[in-house]
Design a protein around this ligand. Structure first.
Ligand SMILES: [Zn+2]
Length: 301
Protein backbone atom coordinates (compact mmCIF):
# COMPACT_ATOMS: atom_id res chain seq x y z
CA UNK A 1 0.00 0.00 0.00
CA UNK A 2 2.80 2.32 0.95
CA UNK A 3 4.55 1.61 -2.31
CA UNK A 4 1.51 2.60 -4.32
CA UNK A 5 1.39 5.86 -2.45
CA UNK A 6 5.00 6.54 -3.29
CA UNK A 7 4.82 5.71 -6.98
CA UNK A 8 1.42 5.53 -8.62
CA UNK A 9 1.17 3.04 -11.46
CA UNK A 10 -0.11 4.29 -14.80
CA UNK A 11 -3.54 3.17 -15.96
CA UNK A 12 -3.51 -0.15 -17.83
CA UNK A 13 -0.28 -1.34 -16.15
CA UNK A 14 -0.26 -5.13 -15.71
CA UNK A 15 2.06 -7.47 -13.91
CA UNK A 16 3.74 -8.60 -17.14
CA UNK A 17 4.88 -5.02 -17.81
CA UNK A 18 7.12 -5.12 -14.81
CA UNK A 19 10.84 -4.86 -15.50
CA UNK A 20 13.12 -7.26 -13.66
CA UNK A 21 16.83 -7.01 -13.08
CA UNK A 22 18.75 -9.97 -14.63
CA UNK A 23 19.18 -11.53 -11.16
CA UNK A 24 15.46 -11.30 -10.44
CA UNK A 25 14.61 -12.73 -13.87
CA UNK A 26 17.02 -15.64 -13.34
CA UNK A 27 15.52 -16.34 -9.90
CA UNK A 28 12.00 -16.36 -11.32
CA UNK A 29 13.10 -18.73 -14.08
CA UNK A 30 14.73 -21.01 -11.51
CA UNK A 31 11.52 -21.02 -9.49
CA UNK A 32 9.70 -22.38 -12.55
CA UNK A 33 12.16 -25.27 -13.05
CA UNK A 34 10.71 -27.78 -10.54
CA UNK A 35 7.38 -27.34 -12.31
CA UNK A 36 8.98 -28.29 -15.63
CA UNK A 37 10.58 -31.34 -14.07
CA UNK A 38 7.22 -32.34 -12.59
CA UNK A 39 5.49 -31.94 -15.92
CA UNK A 40 7.94 -34.38 -17.56
CA UNK A 41 7.52 -37.04 -14.89
CA UNK A 42 6.24 -40.29 -16.40
CA UNK A 43 6.10 -38.84 -19.93
CA UNK A 44 7.60 -40.62 -22.95
CA UNK A 45 9.94 -39.10 -25.54
CA UNK A 46 8.25 -36.96 -28.17
CA UNK A 47 9.73 -38.89 -31.11
CA UNK A 48 7.23 -41.30 -32.70
CA UNK A 49 7.97 -44.87 -31.74
CA UNK A 50 10.32 -44.02 -28.90
CA UNK A 51 9.06 -44.96 -25.44
CA UNK A 52 12.07 -44.06 -23.33
CA UNK A 53 11.36 -41.54 -20.55
CA UNK A 54 11.99 -37.85 -21.05
CA UNK A 55 15.16 -36.50 -19.53
CA UNK A 56 15.19 -33.46 -17.19
CA UNK A 57 13.09 -30.67 -18.74
CA UNK A 58 13.61 -31.80 -22.35
CA UNK A 59 10.90 -32.98 -24.73
CA UNK A 60 13.09 -35.95 -25.66
CA UNK A 61 14.77 -38.95 -24.11
CA UNK A 62 18.50 -38.91 -23.49
CA UNK A 63 19.57 -40.16 -26.92
CA UNK A 64 17.19 -38.01 -28.92
CA UNK A 65 18.07 -34.93 -26.89
CA UNK A 66 21.77 -35.45 -27.62
CA UNK A 67 21.04 -35.94 -31.32
CA UNK A 68 18.93 -32.79 -31.33
CA UNK A 69 21.71 -30.67 -29.81
CA UNK A 70 24.57 -32.14 -31.84
CA UNK A 71 23.02 -32.92 -35.24
CA UNK A 72 20.06 -30.53 -35.38
CA UNK A 73 17.25 -33.11 -35.31
CA UNK A 74 16.28 -35.79 -32.77
CA UNK A 75 16.38 -38.49 -35.44
CA UNK A 76 19.53 -37.32 -37.23
CA UNK A 77 22.63 -39.47 -37.22
CA UNK A 78 26.32 -38.95 -37.80
CA UNK A 79 27.47 -39.29 -41.41
CA UNK A 80 30.37 -41.70 -40.97
CA UNK A 81 33.68 -41.16 -42.71
CA UNK A 82 33.32 -44.59 -44.36
CA UNK A 83 30.11 -43.35 -45.98
CA UNK A 84 31.60 -39.99 -46.89
CA UNK A 85 34.93 -41.22 -48.23
CA UNK A 86 33.82 -42.54 -51.69
CA UNK A 87 32.17 -39.20 -52.47
CA UNK A 88 35.17 -37.34 -51.08
CA UNK A 89 37.49 -39.24 -53.44
CA UNK A 90 35.24 -38.49 -56.40
CA UNK A 91 35.09 -34.79 -55.51
CA UNK A 92 38.85 -34.66 -55.10
CA UNK A 93 39.31 -36.03 -58.63
CA UNK A 94 36.62 -33.73 -59.97
CA UNK A 95 37.97 -30.46 -58.56
CA UNK A 96 40.82 -29.80 -61.09
CA UNK A 97 38.39 -30.17 -64.03
CA UNK A 98 36.03 -27.49 -62.70
CA UNK A 99 36.07 -23.82 -63.64
CA UNK A 100 39.23 -22.67 -61.86
CA UNK A 101 37.97 -19.12 -61.23
CA UNK A 102 34.99 -20.51 -59.32
CA UNK A 103 37.23 -22.85 -57.33
CA UNK A 104 39.60 -20.00 -56.44
CA UNK A 105 36.67 -17.87 -55.27
CA UNK A 106 35.36 -20.77 -53.18
CA UNK A 107 38.79 -21.32 -51.66
CA UNK A 108 38.91 -17.62 -50.77
CA UNK A 109 35.53 -17.95 -49.04
CA UNK A 110 36.72 -20.99 -47.07
CA UNK A 111 39.89 -19.15 -46.13
CA UNK A 112 37.93 -16.11 -44.91
CA UNK A 113 35.37 -18.09 -42.91
CA UNK A 114 37.46 -20.92 -41.47
CA UNK A 115 41.20 -20.31 -41.73
CA UNK A 116 41.58 -16.59 -40.98
CA UNK A 117 39.50 -16.43 -37.73
CA UNK A 118 41.60 -19.29 -36.38
CA UNK A 119 44.96 -17.56 -36.72
CA UNK A 120 44.66 -15.43 -33.58
CA UNK A 121 43.75 -16.83 -30.16
CA UNK A 122 40.08 -16.44 -29.13
CA UNK A 123 39.21 -13.65 -26.64
CA UNK A 124 39.73 -14.59 -23.01
CA UNK A 125 36.67 -13.32 -21.15
CA UNK A 126 33.37 -13.29 -23.02
CA UNK A 127 30.68 -11.11 -21.39
CA UNK A 128 27.38 -12.07 -22.99
CA UNK A 129 25.80 -15.33 -24.10
CA UNK A 130 26.27 -14.26 -27.72
CA UNK A 131 30.00 -13.73 -27.08
CA UNK A 132 30.27 -17.16 -25.52
CA UNK A 133 28.50 -18.68 -28.51
CA UNK A 134 30.98 -17.05 -30.88
CA UNK A 135 33.84 -18.08 -28.64
CA UNK A 136 32.92 -21.76 -28.86
CA UNK A 137 33.29 -21.58 -32.64
CA UNK A 138 36.50 -19.51 -32.50
CA UNK A 139 38.01 -22.04 -30.13
CA UNK A 140 37.39 -24.85 -32.63
CA UNK A 141 38.78 -22.79 -35.53
CA UNK A 142 41.90 -21.92 -33.53
CA UNK A 143 42.35 -25.62 -32.80
CA UNK A 144 42.19 -26.44 -36.53
CA UNK A 145 44.87 -23.89 -37.37
CA UNK A 146 47.23 -24.82 -34.52
CA UNK A 147 48.05 -28.54 -34.51
CA UNK A 148 49.40 -30.04 -31.35
CA UNK A 149 51.68 -32.96 -32.00
CA UNK A 150 50.20 -36.04 -30.44
CA UNK A 151 52.24 -38.91 -29.09
CA UNK A 152 49.38 -41.30 -29.55
CA UNK A 153 50.54 -44.30 -31.63
CA UNK A 154 47.73 -44.05 -34.18
CA UNK A 155 48.27 -40.35 -34.88
CA UNK A 156 51.34 -40.64 -37.07
CA UNK A 157 49.92 -39.24 -40.32
CA UNK A 158 50.83 -35.69 -41.42
CA UNK A 159 47.26 -34.48 -40.97
CA UNK A 160 47.88 -34.38 -37.23
CA UNK A 161 50.93 -32.17 -37.56
CA UNK A 162 50.03 -29.62 -40.25
CA UNK A 163 47.37 -26.89 -40.06
CA UNK A 164 44.14 -27.40 -41.97
CA UNK A 165 44.07 -25.72 -45.40
CA UNK A 166 41.23 -24.06 -47.29
CA UNK A 167 41.30 -26.91 -49.81
CA UNK A 168 40.65 -29.51 -47.08
CA UNK A 169 37.67 -27.46 -45.94
CA UNK A 170 36.26 -27.06 -49.46
CA UNK A 171 36.62 -30.78 -50.23
CA UNK A 172 34.83 -31.76 -47.04
CA UNK A 173 31.98 -29.30 -47.59
CA UNK A 174 31.35 -30.44 -51.18
CA UNK A 175 31.70 -34.10 -50.18
CA UNK A 176 29.02 -33.78 -47.48
CA UNK A 177 26.64 -31.90 -49.78
CA UNK A 178 27.10 -34.40 -52.62
CA UNK A 179 26.84 -37.45 -50.34
CA UNK A 180 23.52 -36.19 -49.01
CA UNK A 181 22.39 -35.35 -52.53
CA UNK A 182 23.22 -38.87 -53.76
CA UNK A 183 21.69 -40.56 -50.71
CA UNK A 184 18.99 -38.38 -49.10
CA UNK A 185 18.35 -41.03 -46.43
CA UNK A 186 21.51 -39.91 -44.63
CA UNK A 187 19.60 -37.01 -43.07
CA UNK A 188 16.00 -36.73 -41.84
CA UNK A 189 13.58 -34.63 -43.88
CA UNK A 190 13.06 -31.17 -42.37
CA UNK A 191 11.49 -27.98 -43.61
CA UNK A 192 14.80 -26.10 -43.70
CA UNK A 193 18.14 -27.83 -44.23
CA UNK A 194 19.44 -27.24 -40.73
CA UNK A 195 20.61 -30.86 -40.45
CA UNK A 196 22.76 -30.34 -43.54
CA UNK A 197 24.34 -27.27 -41.95
CA UNK A 198 25.09 -29.28 -38.82
CA UNK A 199 26.60 -32.07 -40.91
CA UNK A 200 28.78 -29.65 -42.92
CA UNK A 201 30.02 -27.90 -39.80
CA UNK A 202 30.68 -31.19 -38.08
CA UNK A 203 32.68 -32.53 -41.01
CA UNK A 204 34.75 -29.34 -41.17
CA UNK A 205 35.45 -29.12 -37.44
CA UNK A 206 36.28 -32.83 -37.44
CA UNK A 207 39.13 -32.27 -39.92
CA UNK A 208 41.23 -32.64 -36.85
CA UNK A 209 39.50 -34.26 -33.88
CA UNK A 210 40.16 -32.71 -30.51
CA UNK A 211 41.86 -35.10 -28.14
CA UNK A 212 41.20 -34.89 -24.46
CA UNK A 213 42.59 -36.99 -21.68
CA UNK A 214 39.62 -38.97 -20.52
CA UNK A 215 41.28 -40.86 -17.72
CA UNK A 216 44.58 -42.03 -16.34
CA UNK A 217 44.90 -45.78 -16.55
CA UNK A 218 45.97 -46.45 -13.04
CA UNK A 219 48.65 -49.16 -12.79
CA UNK A 220 50.58 -47.94 -15.86
CA UNK A 221 49.80 -44.22 -15.46
CA UNK A 222 49.03 -44.08 -19.18
CA UNK A 223 46.63 -41.58 -20.69
CA UNK A 224 43.29 -42.74 -22.00
CA UNK A 225 42.77 -40.34 -24.87
CA UNK A 226 39.31 -39.70 -26.25
CA UNK A 227 38.10 -37.60 -29.19
CA UNK A 228 35.81 -34.83 -28.04
CA UNK A 229 33.14 -34.05 -30.64
CA UNK A 230 32.69 -30.37 -31.61
CA UNK A 231 29.82 -28.43 -30.01
CA UNK A 232 26.53 -28.56 -31.92
CA UNK A 233 25.98 -24.79 -31.96
CA UNK A 234 29.44 -24.14 -33.38
CA UNK A 235 28.84 -26.75 -36.11
CA UNK A 236 25.58 -25.10 -37.09
CA UNK A 237 27.08 -21.59 -37.12
CA UNK A 238 30.00 -22.39 -39.43
CA UNK A 239 27.99 -24.86 -41.55
CA UNK A 240 25.27 -22.32 -42.21
CA UNK A 241 27.81 -19.67 -43.25
CA UNK A 242 29.64 -22.06 -45.57
CA UNK A 243 26.43 -23.37 -47.12
CA UNK A 244 24.99 -19.93 -47.80
CA UNK A 245 28.19 -18.68 -49.44
CA UNK A 246 29.26 -21.77 -51.39
CA UNK A 247 25.95 -22.82 -52.96
CA UNK A 248 26.84 -21.62 -56.52
CA UNK A 249 29.74 -24.07 -56.51
CA UNK A 250 27.44 -26.95 -55.49
CA UNK A 251 25.30 -26.24 -58.57
CA UNK A 252 28.48 -26.42 -60.66
CA UNK A 253 29.66 -29.68 -59.10
CA UNK A 254 26.44 -31.71 -59.11
CA UNK A 255 26.02 -32.28 -62.91
CA UNK A 256 29.73 -33.09 -63.20
CA UNK A 257 29.44 -35.67 -60.45
CA UNK A 258 26.37 -37.18 -62.08
CA UNK A 259 28.25 -37.37 -65.40
CA UNK A 260 31.26 -38.97 -63.76
CA UNK A 261 29.14 -41.61 -62.04
CA UNK A 262 27.27 -42.41 -65.26
CA UNK A 263 30.54 -42.74 -67.17
CA UNK A 264 31.85 -45.05 -64.47
CA UNK A 265 28.72 -47.19 -64.71
CA UNK A 266 29.01 -47.32 -68.53
CA UNK A 267 32.65 -48.29 -68.29
CA UNK A 268 31.84 -51.00 -65.77
CA UNK A 269 29.04 -52.30 -67.99
CA UNK A 270 31.37 -52.33 -71.00
CA UNK A 271 34.01 -54.21 -69.05
CA UNK A 272 31.44 -56.73 -67.83
CA UNK A 273 30.07 -57.28 -71.33
CA UNK A 274 33.59 -57.84 -72.74
CA UNK A 275 34.30 -60.36 -70.00
CA UNK A 276 31.04 -62.14 -70.75
CA UNK A 277 31.86 -62.20 -74.47
CA UNK A 278 35.28 -63.69 -73.77
CA UNK A 279 33.75 -66.39 -71.57
CA UNK A 280 31.23 -67.21 -74.29
CA UNK A 281 34.07 -67.62 -76.82
CA UNK A 282 35.87 -69.95 -74.43
CA UNK A 283 32.71 -72.01 -74.02
CA UNK A 284 32.30 -72.21 -77.79
CA UNK A 285 35.90 -73.34 -78.26
CA UNK A 286 35.86 -75.96 -75.54
CA UNK A 287 34.36 -78.91 -77.49
CA UNK A 288 37.02 -78.46 -80.20
CA UNK A 289 39.76 -78.58 -77.61
CA UNK A 290 38.40 -81.79 -76.21
CA UNK A 291 38.24 -83.46 -79.59
CA UNK A 292 41.80 -82.51 -80.44
CA UNK A 293 43.36 -83.52 -77.13
CA UNK A 294 44.12 -87.24 -76.85
CA UNK A 295 41.91 -88.92 -74.28
CA UNK A 296 43.50 -91.63 -72.15
CA UNK A 297 41.61 -94.88 -72.31
CA UNK A 298 42.13 -98.22 -70.59
CA UNK A 299 41.26 -100.25 -73.68
CA UNK A 300 44.35 -99.18 -75.64
CA UNK A 301 46.85 -99.99 -72.94
ZN1 LIG B 1 13.53 -40.82 -27.74
Amino acid sequence: MARRLLKPRPRGYTHSDRRYTPEEAAARQRAKLPGYYERNRGQACEVTGCYRPRIAISRFCNRHRTANTNYGHPEARVIRWLVLKPTWIRVQRLLPSLDQEAVTAALAICDRLVIQPGTEPPPANPRTAEDRRKLRLLRELYRLAHPQASRHPIHTSPRWSRPVTAEDVLLRVIAVVCAVWLNPKLLPVTRDDRCLSYAIGRAVLHLRAEQTIRAWVNPTKEKWIANRPPVGGACYHIGEQLRSELWPLFILVKPRLRLQIERGQKWKAMKASRLRRRQELVVVQQPNNHESTPVFSFEES
